[in-house]
Design a binder for this molecule. Structure first.
Ligand code: PAF
Length: 201
């Protein structure tokens, strides 16, 4: 099967219509690490579905503008990593594709308060609303059979499981145990900014 990179929402909808197999979706914000590799390769080995990795830095889930600006952008490497670990296709939409201005059909969701107002949600106001909004948008565009998520982001996993039930979405969530570095710290796109010293503390 020819590996493809898709950038536009119309293209992804066409691609999905013409795709004969079911789809595994592995959503990411890029800056891929061993945790993502595990998700992509597990999805590949799980079934004979088509493996689609999405790479989109979702501005809605950053409560801090500086965090968004500083988020590592490593797209060429992400493409290489995805294809060499089992992606059949990669979706790299722009902001305008995911959130077209003036499009009244885009649903901006709220995560349930009881799940989102503790732990990470305490200090990251609106973060899980942004996660729900983008994942709901991706699921509606792609209509995958399976959605692969890491257990590292446990609260996100619970909130997205709840979203699937609440919205009666026809997708199975497959969760994958946390992958850790040799020092025991979970692989994370944000942890690349941690120095060796900070990790030790
Ligand atoms: O876990 C992440 O990388 C993001 O929150 C996700 C699920 C790709 C949504 O932007």
């Amino acid at each position: 099967m020819k590996k493809v990179i898709i950038r536009k929402t119309e293209e992804i909808e066409n691609w999905r219509r013409n795709t004969k197999s079911e789809i595994n979706l592995i959503p990411t914000m890029g800056n891929l690490h061993d945790g993502h590799i595990k998700l992509i390769s597990t999805a590949k080995n799980d079934n004979s579905n088509i493996n689609l990795v999405s790479i989109f830095i979702n501005p809605l889930q950053f409560d801090n503008k500086l965090d968004l600006e500083n988020y590592p952008k490593t797209i060429d490497n992400d493409i290489k990593i995805s294809f060499s670990n089992g992606a059949d296709a990669i979706f790299i939409p722009s902001n305008e594709d995911i959130y077209p201005p003036n499009n009244k059909n885009i649903k901006f969701l709220k995560a349930p308060k009881e799940l989102s107002s503790t732990l990470c949600g305490l200090n990251r106001v609106g973060h899980f609303d942004g996660v729900c909004t983008v994942v709901y948008r991706l699921l509606n565009l792609i209509k995958p059979k399976n959605l692969y998520l890491g257990e590292k982001d446990w609260q996100q996993l619970l909130i997205l499981k709840n979203l699937v039930i609440r919205k009666k979405l026809n997708v199975s969530i497959k969760s994958i145990p946390t992958q850790r570095d040799f020092d025991g710290i979970p692989f994370s796109s944000r942890n690349v900014h941690l120095s060796k010293k900070t990790k030790e503390n």
